[in-house]
Design a protein around this ligand. Structure first.
Ligand code: NAD
Length: 419
């Protein structure tokens, strides 16, 4: 059962967020014109021979929003509801996100409108390889570097790397990040997003004087981002009282055993049926009383209709765009501390950057090295955003956008424009 509707256009929301931050920054119209919209948008048809022999045509996209600060960077999403506007929104957020954590990338994103849950591994491989050749002119280690997103993973990245390398005639590991370790992947990449979310929650708790030990947590979405965040919070002594995925939700007011829940999810692909827990509906889960709510599924999970009933002290946006602007205002007025997506989930792209650096240098780092560097980056970004919030008396989302957009605006200004 889905709780998230995509009735609200994510790209419209991204533009609204841009305008709000640009206004506080006092950005001039020329700069706004140069940095607001995607630089390149590619729509491709991807014909795939399905296992039953017929050919199915999939619609797919790659959007490069900005190359002002470096090559494009952004995941590839496989989902039935992928639209061009959604990919444009996600690419836009990637630009500001990379700038918030101050890594030398611009924003990009890809998506294929497909239903991976109803496709075989062979069909997914053929789809991925054909999609890769369709977007091949745009991608490359110096141009645009894809990564996993919803319903894509390290295997998908391995197929992309292989297809790209076949075309070049030599191995090019730096064309994607989130690869398997034996193919130039980085230690710590798989859990990087959740780890980054965890670091920002730690900082938020410190700022608010809320002890993490014993704090109650609710997690919507139990995939890569959600499950790792839940595990690290559980290990830090927090009580994860409810989680759900696209099929079901589980609740235990005394706290769920997260390592065992991850084991079940790995075995069955679902959280459903977890012992010592009662079922919970998607709506009830989002409105449970808790200290920390972590939306880690898709966009628009918290909207004008359910935001008034959200009873969390902190909302940590592991997902991209989980709050609509109306929901944002409602939560802010209620005094909820929001850790905005472009800060909260930036750990993934940060370790992707580390992976790309390691691939380019052919020199690989230790796991602890990666965690230490990631923690430093996330801590600095959190404090940079918090400082803007306090200096300008704005909310965290506007502060994060001001930081990201301000850095991109500076880059564009100093680069100038070709006459
Ligand atoms: P994933 O495919 O690993 O997991 C998605 C999870 O969400 C699954 O458990 C799925 O069952 C669940 N889900 C889907 N619809 C749901 C619904 N309506 N209600 C509850 N659960 C639902 O994906 P992921 O990589 O964890 O991505 C999740 C979010 O985090 C996305 O918004 C993505 O853009 C964002 N994100 C991911 C990364 C990353 O590195 N993986 C980085 C930054 C941001």
């Amino acid at each position: 059962m889905l709780t998230t509707t995509r009735a609200e256009n994510a790209y419209e929301l991204a533009l609204q967020n841009f305008d709000a931050a640009a206004a506080v920054l006092g950005l001039d119209d020329d700069t706004r014109e140069m940095i607001k919209f995607p630089e390149r948008v590619l729509t491709v048809s991807v014909p795939v021979r399905m296992d039953d022999g017929h050919i199915h045509r999939f619609e797919a996209y790659r959007v490069q929003h900005s190359s002002a600060r470096g090559p494009g960077k952004g995941g590839i999403r496989y989902h039935p509801q992928v639209t061009l506007d959604e990919v444009k929104a996600l690419a836009t957020w990637m630009t500001w996100k990379c700038a918030v954590v101050n890594i030398p990338f611009g924003g990009a994103k890809g998506g294929v409108t497909c239903d991976p849950k109803h496709m075989s591994p062979h069909e997914l491989e053929r789809l991925t390889r054909r999609y890769t050749s369709a977007i091949l002119p745009l991608i490359g280690p110096e141009k645009d570097i894809p990564a996993p997103d919803v319903y894509t993973n390290s295997q998908t990245m391995a197929w992309i790397m292989d297809t790209f390398s076949m075309m070049k005639g030599y191995a090019v590991p730096g064309v994607v990040t989130g690869k398997p370790l034996n193919l130039g992947g980085s230690l710590g990449r798989n859990e990087a997003t959740g780890r980054g979310v965890f670091y920002t929650i730690e900082r938020a708790c410190e700022h608010l004087g809320l002890p993490l030990n014993g704090a109650s947590v609710v997690v919507q979405g139990f995939g890569n981002a959600g499950s790792v965040t839940a595990l690290l919070l559980h290990n830090a002594g927090a009580k994860v009282i409810a989680v759900n995925d696209s099929t079901a939700g589980v609740y235990n007011r005394n706290g769920l055993n997260i390592p065992e829940l991850i084991h079940l999810k790995t075995l069955t692909g679902k959280v459903e049926g977890f012992p010592e827990a009662e079922p919970i509906t998607p709506e009830d889960l989002l409105t449970l009383e808790c200290d920390i709510l972590v939306p880690a599924a898709l966009e628009n999970a918290v909207r004008v209709d359910n935001a008034p009933r959200v009873r969390a002290k902190i909302v940590a946006e592991a997902a991209n765009g989980p709050l609509t602007p109306a929901a944002d205002r409602i939560l802010e007025n209620k005094g909820v501390f929001i850790i905005p997506d472009i800060l909260c989930n930036a750990g993934g792209v940060t370790v992707s950057y580390f992976e790309w650096v390691q691939d380019e240098q052919h020199l690989f780092w230790q796991e602890q090295d990666i965690y230490d560097r990631l923690e430093r980056v996330m801590k600095t970004a959190f404090h940079d955003v918090l400082k803007i919030r306090l200096d300008h008396k704005v909310h965290m989302r506007i502060a994060a956008n001001m930081l990201g957009i301000g850095r991109v605006a500076d880059a564009v200004r100093v680069r100038g424009i070709y006459p």
